[in-house]
Write a protein that binds this ligand. Structure first.
Ligand SMILES: *[C@@H]1O[C@H](CO)[C@@H](O)[C@H](O)[C@H]1NC(C)=O
Length: 487
């Protein structure tokens, strides 16, 4: 009799569970069918060729960057049904070299919770995603954010854990509690999560677990003194003997050249102890990229190196591509190094795999124009005692930009015209050239060994034309680059 009841209960639970799993499978199939039916309608005029973007719809933060079963996996905040933000899914791409990407089916679909940002860890043959379940509420505080996990045994199909949420509230109950970045060290998983104090200052919380399900709260590892109301997307990692706390603080006020984007992404260098769980800052917060469009960066380890990718956009900016049925992209993946008090970012060595034709090698006299394809790489150098300036424009008009070296101020400037300028001091550590990646609607400028990097979106029409508008002869090498992200 008792056994009977247990069996019935078991059957009932299995039925409910299978029904839920089937529902999710159907939801994913219908998302994929929608994507397939719409992607032919996309206007390709601004479509990037070697940067990740969604086939259709909106993307923001990179998520779940990890290496699993011989491939790198990257997920992104995704709303397939419009080119504006909407209920969050996780889109999914994978790559063997972090340069050539393929699409995989949407990994997570929202149910009662939206699937906000998070990360991935690998446990043997299983990939485990940890993400923020965001549930809208009808009354204050309007939303509830708790931490969820999902499993996969093939890196394609993900099953949400039935016991979610695994962390059901911040220690102070703050409704802003998101973007878990988990990693394994020794016998434990650790996770850092962005949140805020009761008096609305950004903070980063640290937890640990032995199974990803039961979490022990450890410590606040960073807290704003009042210049930021929320720390998003924290990421803590060891690099060259130090610890780096990467994060995206919201609400920092502009100070001169600094913090001119709506929200920032940057880092604090310090030391961290797995015995006391304390992070001791040694160098104050610094921006990691100086361009107009860069947010919510996330890192992973790749062949012993630390690599980073970020959302190649900023909140509340005009997005000309949105008219075309898509919005948002990822930056190139970069390798991080710690050099003195700063992080440097360099393009991956594998980026040279994309070089197709050599467009030019030689000198570029003043006023000389260089006609390049829509996807190009340009390496430029000149005499840093004199001004250097390149004008970037489209062969059929559209937006223009200028890349400038100003010897008087020692600054590199990325100027999108009408005062829309980002600039920062640059002192080359060894290499004095610039490496510039131009995609259909983007510019990435790597100065020297990546001491200073700018990532900015730009919307020229037609192919790229680069003009040497400096008063001096420049040396230039240019390549056309191949597609590495499918349409
Ligand atoms: C948020 O969700 C958690 C977990 O489901 C629940 O324990 C908590 O009461 C919720 N908070 C609010 C404000 O609804």
């Amino acid at each position: 009799m008792v056994l009977d009841k247990v069996l019935w209960l078991f059957a009932f639970v299995t039925l409910v569970y299978c029904k839920a799993a089937r529902q999710i499978e159907q939801d994913i199939q219908s998302v994929e069918a929608y994507i397939d039916s719409k992607k032919g309608d996309i206007n390709q005029r601004y479509r990037l060729r070697y940067h990740i973007a969604a086939p259709v719809g909106w993307i923001n933060d990179p998520n779940g960057f990890t290496y699993y079963k011989n491939e790198f996996h990257l997920f992104y905040q995704y709303y397939p049904y419009d080119s504006v933000w909407g209920p969050m899914h996780w889109g999914h791409v994978a790559s063997r070299d972090l340069v050539h990407w393929k699409y995989l089916p949407t990994a997570l679909v929202p149910e009662k919770e939206q699937c906000f940002s998070g990360s991935a860890v690998v446990d043997g043959d299983t990939m485990i995603l940890m993400y923020t379940g965001h549930v809208n509420l009808d009354t204050e505080p309007w939303a509830n954010e708790t931490q969820y996990i999902a499993y996969s045994d093939d890196g394609i199909t993900f099953h949400k854990y039935e016991g979610n949420p695994v962390i059901s509230s911040a220690p102070n109950g703050s409704p802003d509690f998101r973007d878990p970045k988990a990693w394994k060290y020794g016998d434990h998983y650790y996770v850092v999560i962005g949140s805020k104090t009761d008096d609305k200052r950004g903070q980063v919380l640290l937890y640990r677990s032995t199974d990803m399900k039961n979490w022990e709260y450890l410590n606040v590892i960073a807290e704003s003194k009042g210049d930021s109301y929320m720390y998003e997307c924290p990421d803590l990692f060891e690099l060259d003997g130090k610890f780096v706390l990467l994060m995206s603080p919201q609400g920092m006020e502009p100070q001169g050249d600094r913090y001119k984007n709506l929200h920032q992404t940057g880092y604090i260098i310090g030391s961290f102890s797995y015995d006391t769980f304390e992070f001791v800052p040694e160098v104050d917060f610094q921006e990691i990229d100086f361009g107009h469009d860069f947010y919510a960066a996330q890192t992973t380890e790749a062949y012993g190196a630390r690599v980073l990718v970020a959302w190649f956009n900023m909140w509340e900016q005009p997005r000309p591509e949105a008219e075309d049925g898509w919005a948002g992209a990822m930056t190139l993946v970069r390798e991080l190094r710690l050099v003195g008090d700063r992080l440097t970012m360099r393009p991956l060595d594998a980026m040279t795999l994309l070089r197709d034709e050599i467009e030019m090698v030689g000198i570029l006299p003043p006023q000389q124009k260089l006609h390049l394809g829509k996807a190009s790489e340009l390496i430029v150098s000149g005499d840093l005692k004199e001004k250097i300036e390149l004008q970037l424009e489209g062969s059929a008009g559209g937006e223009k930009a200028w890349l400038r070296w100003e010897p008087d101020t020692g600054k590199v400037v990325v100027d999108r015209g009408s005062g829309d300028i980002r600039q920062v001091e640059w002192s080359p550590s060894s290499t004095e050239s610039w490496r510039i990646f131009l995609d259909v609607s983007s510019i990435e400028l790597f100065c020297g060994e990546g001491e200073v990097v700018f990532s900015s979106r730009l919307f020229p029409e037609g192919e790229w034309i680069v003009t040497n508008t400096s008063p001096q002869i420049l040396h230039a090498t240019a390549y056309s680059l191949a597609w590495s992200v499918p349409l």
